[in-house]
Write a protein that binds this ligand. Structure first.
Ligand code: NAD
Length: 476
């Protein structure tokens, strides 16, 4: 599955991919362990010189062709993504469309990987030196991906890796490997050379760990939970890291906000992927003068969210990834209620589904607000003024995105400037992202930036070429 030759890494056992909504078997696929991963690394290592030498026009062609393939087969891609994952069919279609854009952006950015000329003559004695820098590939990139966006987040690593002249091995999440395998199919159809891009499904503790610790892997590009990210950094040794981790994003609604614009956007950000989304609106901060009006509108809209059969086009929200995740969210909600929070809507689990849930009066510093819930639960908080909103928003050890709704451009600027995070969406919820923009967090939300043009800086390195020119005597 991972490559097309007889030297392909050997599987050891199988992974049963289950439909999260009812536990039915979607597909049983080969599972690779540490040994399988090591042979994939052998193949990638052997392919590196070819990846490096691929001319820019060829990298662009492969990426455009892979994008076209995904686009032509978008119905199948959406079906795979929805079946193995937590997204409704409508959400899955939107992710496929974004994947096409991510791959096309990667193709376009390939021609913009440029260095610069260097003024060597700034140092006395260096007058005869001339030179430039050129960006060279990092080498072999290990990409480890989560379950919640199992296609586009893989494309965000594979597209730029190939654009930059690297080889890449993807270790997809064990619950959702099928979308990554389908993406590999697109690259095979586009004629990517063997070994340059492989997908090795397996578990984090064996296949994932083998990728992390191998010295031939020069960069780990990880998207997933903070705890896993920290473990990987402790294990990896001397490598580059891209760490896209979790958050508990705030969205702030000021007293002059347009609630007709704000509430639907916030609802979208509160229930997308059933809250299993790093940009999920976990904390909703409402100015005290509009608290009750905004709260009532928000609670009423959350209560109307249709959740259930994810293949129905009428559903707004799908299931949690597995029973343990549904139980974890329920336990967190029940703990918050025991500790004094009030339930405004939701709070029920039905199988793997969790009802869109709104809480208020959650005690300060409670895990419900300090940690990442990763489920469709939002807590409400009243604030008196800008300073208090900023203090509440920043009082966590995460910082990915934030949203601010206001009609006052000066206030928007001040608040956006003071929020500790990687991106502030004005008059949008925290859950807005453009695949071409820099994306990443501060504090516990990660290290480095994705976003196609930006991650290319991480996946390439400047190499300096300096010419010490001999001029003949009398040269002018
Ligand atoms: P996870 O950390 O459980 O798993 C992510 C990946 O890491 C999986 O492929 C898993 O197999 C692998 N893994 C686990 N242990 C490993 C180990 N010891 N060595 C190597 N690999 C290992 O995360 P998840 O549950 O799939 O995703 C949820 C988390 O991801 C949330 O915290 C969410 O906020 C975050 N996330 C972040 C972004 C972002 O761009 N910042 C995007 C999506 C999800």
């Amino acid at each position: 599955m991972s490559t097309r030759t007889s030297k392909a890494p050997k599987a050891n056992g199988r992974i049963d991919v289950l439909d999260p909504q009812d536990g039915s078997l979607v597909e049983s696929i080969p599972r690779y362990d540490a040994k399988g991963m090591q042979s994939a690394i052998d193949q990638a290592d052997a392919a590196l010189p070819r990846a490096r030498r691929m001319p820019v026009h060829e990298r662009m062609r492969v990426l455009y062709d892979a994008a076209d393939y995904v686009d032509r087969h978008r119905g199948e891609f959406a079906e795979t993504l929805s079946r193995e994952g937590v997204k409704t069919i409508n959400e899955a279609r939107a992710e496929v469309a974004r994947t096409v854009m991510t791959l096309r952006l990667s193709a376009e950015e390939t021609r913009r990987i440029v260095g610069n000329t260097i003024a060597f003559d700034q140092r006395p004695g260096s007058e005869n030196r001339f030179g430039y820098s050129r960006r060279i590939p990092v080498g072999l990139i290990g990409a480890i991906t989560p379950f919640n966006d199992p296609l586009n987040l893989v494309a965000h690593k594979v597209g730029p890796a190939i654009a930059g002249g690297n080889a890449v091995i993807v270790k997809p999440h064990e619950a959702t490997p099928l979308s990554a395998i389908k993406l590999l199919e697109a690259f095979h159809a586009a004629g990517v050379e063997e070994g340059i891009f492989q997908v090795i499904p397996g578990y984090g503790a064996d296949a994932g760990d083998a990728l992390v610790v191998d010295e031939r892997v020069r960069m780990i590009s990880f998207t997933g939970g903070r705890e896993t990210g920290e473990k990987i950094m402790q294990r990896a040794g001397l490598k580059k890291f891209g760490m896209e981790l979790g958050s508990n994003s705030p969205t702030i609604v000021m007293n002059d906000a347009d609630l007709e614009q704000a509430i639907p956007a916030i609802i979208g950000g509160a229930v997308a992927a059933a809250g299993q989304n790093c940009l999920h609106v976990q904390r909703l901060l409402l100015h005290e003068s509009i608290y009750e009006t905004a709260r009532d509108q928000f609670v009423e809209s959350m209560g109307r969210i249709r959740y259930g059969d994810k293949y129905s086009e009428d559903m707004d929200m799908g299931p949690m990834i597995d029973p343990q995740a549904a139980e974890r969210v329920d336990n967190s909600v029940q703990k918050a209620l025991r500790d004094g929070a009030r339930l405004l809507t939701g709070g029920q689990r039905q199988g793997n589904f969790y009802a869109p849930t709104v809480l208020e009066a959650v005690p300060d510093n409670h895990p419900m607000v300090k940690e990442e819930i990763f489920g469709p639960v939002t807590s409400l908080h009243a604030f008196r003024d800008e300073d208090e909103a900023i203090a509440i928003a920043n009082n966590v050890d995460y910082g990915l995105h934030a949203g601010v709704f206001t009609s006052d451009v000066d206030a928007a600027f001040r608040v956006a400037d003071a929020l500790e995070c990687g991106g502030v969406m004005i008059n949008d919820s925290s859950d807005y992202r453009l695949d071409a923009a820099p994306f990443g967090g501060v504090k516990g939300s990660g290290i480095g930036r994705e976003g196609v043009g930006y991650v290319l800086n991480e996946m390439t390195e400047p190499k300096v070429y300096c010419f010490n020119i001999r001029f003949p005597k009398g040269w002018t």
